[in-house]
Design a protein around this ligand. Structure first.
Ligand SMILES: O=C(O)C[C@H]1C=CC(=O)O1
Length: 95
């Protein structure tokens, strides 16, 4: 199942820089492993914002929930999820 996920990151200025940098490094490693696994095929920065638009390719809602809630930056994120299906005019995925 494909999902469009938008993540807005709001790290409080009260969080010490070293701690924020550590969380960001863990987030990067976690994200890149999911990308290698094919679960997170797209991630794009939203211009001018500490935010991304991503596509996830997972088995079901539960798997996406498990992945998102394990993001190291999850406590500092606002996340919106939209399920996707095939567009009838798409030239991809035709059988
Ligand atoms: O920077 C972000 O958009 C937040 C987060 C998502 C992946 C990652 O490495 O960081």
């Amino acid at each position: 199942m494909l999902f469009k996920v938008e993540m807005q990151v709001n790290i409080p200025s009260s969080l010490p820089k070293a701690q924020a940098d550590d969380i960001k490094a863990k987030e990067k490693a976690y994200s890149q492993q999911l990308q290698r696994d094919g679960k997170w095929p797209h991630i794009w920065r939203v211009v001018g914002q500490y935010a991304n638009v991503s596509i996830f390719d997972v088995a079901d809602n539960q798997e996406l929930h498990t992945i998102l809630t394990a993001l190291p930056l999850y406590p500092y994120m606002e996340i919106t999820v939209q399920p996707l299906c095939e567009h009838p005019s798409s030239i991809h995925n035709q059988q």
